[in-house]
Design a protein around this ligand. Structure first.
Ligand code: GUN
Ligand code: ZN
Length: 439
């Protein structure tokens, strides 16, 4: 049996906060503890109570005065784009064609994919992200490398081999049949192995023929418990090109709807420029619009209308994500900061409680996994992070002026990055302080 008790201030959300002072939406324990046994949270609450539940001799780590939260969840990023981050382009399609579709070709090679996978997981854990939803490249080798590294790290990850069979260099194209067959093989090899989940991953309608989108729909019907991920409505030029390729569809969303790709496990990256009709369709399907703020700003794609999507009569479910390598930071803290600024530009508010809800429980709900991750509830996976709001001199100085939990969270998201993650626990084991130590 492996057991560890960690002590600190606890914060875990029960539901979406309704406002800046919605104290009923979370539990906060000023002197709290989490008891982690064999990869699962056995107990969480006040230090005294949790300590009583622990068997004699269970080791303790005292993280006071830091904040203990569930690990961050990133609902959209691209594993083969670590070396694409910060590529200078005017817009999405130029960025894809000039850099991304060149770089992803390197993932045909198993050795390269395995080397980048090590870096990928190091960065996730350094930044306090314990679950991510990833696109691999078109090559099965890239998915194999990703999942093998995830198995080694014992992380709960969701990923898929990208399906793409047109409008890309030949070395990045499969076919409708090959995309179907290889996705099935990835499912057979990796789904449910360790804590790995496979996502059916047609890249987007531009890079898939109707035959391939149909094959993805067939997979979604054959494996109804699997996630589906793709991109939707990111950039005006992309939308116009997409609609020209599928003239029979009512709009971009209708392409995916027609082929049975919209369900309540479907994650749609970006969703910036949706019509009301499209938002209705997503709402009825229970599909998730994934907001990628640093990417949307970097590529100049547009301002995600969070309130228009969540506040409507037929609300759309949303998740938050980095979208590495269109995105510019691995940090969910940096991501929350940019999400806040986008809402400012739209004349809307995004309060810090809501932001941290989205990065944890909210994203877990977007993945229909809130019973496993995203909270400190007993029975959940022991994927936990420790946040230090005084991690840098500038943060420590500002922290002197902080008097409330909301202000502390706001400071963390405004000035914080990987330096604010004091520790990351994966399945109850320290995974940040041990990076590079071969543990
Ligand atoms: N649309 C299709 N592929 C991609 C990608 O790799 N990144 C982004 N941001 N959008 C996409
Ligand atoms: Zn993306």
């Amino acid at each position: 049996m492996s057991a560890l008790l960690i002590r600190g201030r606890l914060l875990s959300f029960k539901r979406a906060p309704l406002g800046r002072d919605d104290a009923a939406s979370y539990t906060y324990e000023a002197d709290g503890a989490v008891l982690m046994v064999d990869g699962t949270i056995r107990a969480s609450g006040s230090y005294g109570e949790v300590k009583d539940e622990a068997e004699d001799g269970v080791p303790e780590v005292d993280h006071r005065p830091h904040l203990i939260m569930p690990g961050f969840i990133d609902t959209h990023l691209h594993f083969p784009q670590m070396q694409v981050v910060g590529s200078y382009a005017a817009n999405l399609l130029e960025w894809l064609n000039t850099y991304t579709f060149i770089e992803e070709q390197r993932f045909a090679e198993a050795e390269h994919a395995a080397r980048i996978a090590v870096h990928f997981f190091d960065e996730m854990l350094r930044h306090g992200t314990t679950t991510a939803v990833a696109y691999c490249s078109v090559h099965k080798t890239s998915a194999d490398a990703f999942f093998a590294e995830s198995l080694k790290r014992n992380t709960r990850m969701i990923a898929g081999k990208v399906m793409m069979d047109r409008n890309a260099p030949e070395a990045l194209r499969d076919t409708a049949q090959k995309g179907y067959d290889e996705t099935k093989q990835v499912i057979a090899d990796w789904n449910g192995k360790g804590r790995n989940h496979v996502a059916i991953t047609p890249r987007f309608a531009i890079t898939s023929t109707p035959e391939q989108i149909e094959a993805a729909g067939t997979l979604a019907r054959e494996f109804p418990d699997l996630y589906v991920q793709t991109h939707l409505s990111e950039n005006h030029e992309e939308i116009a090109f997409t609609c020209s390729l599928y003239p029979e569809a009512k709009d971009y969303t209708d392409i995916y709807a027609r082929y049975g790709l919209l369900g309540n496990r479907t994650l749609l990256g970006h969703c910036i420029h949706l019509s009301d009709r499209e938002a209705d369709v997503l709402s009825e399907a229970g599909s998730v619009a994934v907001h990628c703020p640093t990417s949307n700003l970097f590529l100049g794609s547009g301002l995600f209308p969070l309130r228009r999507l969540t506040g409507r009569e037929k609300p759309v479910r949303v998740g938050f994500a980095t979208d590495i390598g269109g995105g510019t930071s691995y940090s969910m803290l940096r991501t929350l900061d940019e999400a806040y600024k986008i809402q400012q530009l739209l004349g809307e508010r995004l309060n810090p409680l809501e932001s941290f809800y989205f990065a944890t429980r909210g994203n877990a709900e977007a993945l229909s996994l809130a019973d496993r991750i995203g909270t400190l509830e007993p029975g959940s996976d022991a994927d936990v992070i420790v946040l230090n709001a005084s991690a840098t001199p500038a943060m420590a100085l500002k922290m002197q002026a902080v008097t409330t939990l909301s202000e502390e969270l706001f400071l963390l998201q405004t000035l914080g990055d990987d330096r604010a993650i004091a520790e990351t626990y994966v399945a109850g084991e320290p995974a940040k302080s041990t990076l590079g130590k071969g543990a």
